[in-house]
Ligand binder design. Sequence first.
Ligand code: ADP
Ligand code: MG
Length: 227
Amino acid sequence: MTTTSADIQLVPDFGRLWVDTLFETFLDRTGALGELDRRAGDGDFGTNVSSALRRARQSIDVAPPSDYSGWLTAISRGFLGTGGTSGPLFGMFFRDIARCAATGEPTLGEFSSGLTAGLATVQRYGKAQVGHKTMVDALAPAAGTLESAVAAGAAPGTALEKTARAAVGGARGTIELIAKRGRASYVGDVARGVLDPGAAAAAMLLQAAALAQAGPGGRVDTSWIDG
Ligand code: ADP
Ligand code: MG
């Protein structure tokens, strides 16, 4: 039997590393994300994300997860217990991501399937298409890029790097858009020129995944969310 890159398991402890990187990446950026939502929504996005992560942190401290699925389930539950539109959507997204691995850390193929499933769930509940200025604008190109990278046999590190870049590109593309979903759609043209905070957060979480796969020592560059 030949082994393709889809069958390669992500690095040992990928789940814990990803979650640690997520906390680190979002910690000092929730203010900036909240500011984006203030400009084109109601301003609660930063608080929603930080309370979701705080809730996840607490449950992890009380009962440290033992495997990939446990780490990602903690993040999922943190978001599911949070308000706003983004809370339940990211909660369900991470539930699909948490379920993607058969045992231990996911293979690259399983991770790709998890990302595609998470995107489908977000779209099923939120009804947003690409171009509606939501998190879908980051998640959809990311899921598509990862599927293509897996099909092309790319190594996991390269594939996740490409995925993160596609997500950041998609998120940045929301700057020019007028929102068709969410609160930003109530303000029409006012939202043009403002990066969608949910798309930015979705891109940041995929940047964190790429960094977790790349190994310790790096930092996620989130300077792009400042414009
Ligand atoms: P609310 O709009 O209820 O205050 P949040 O501030 O928590 O929700 O989240 C806003 C983000 O949620 C937006 O930036 C956008 O990315 C995302 N979002 C809003 N509506 C939808 C939707 N229908 N589908 C997907 N994502 C959405
Ligand atoms: Mg809001």
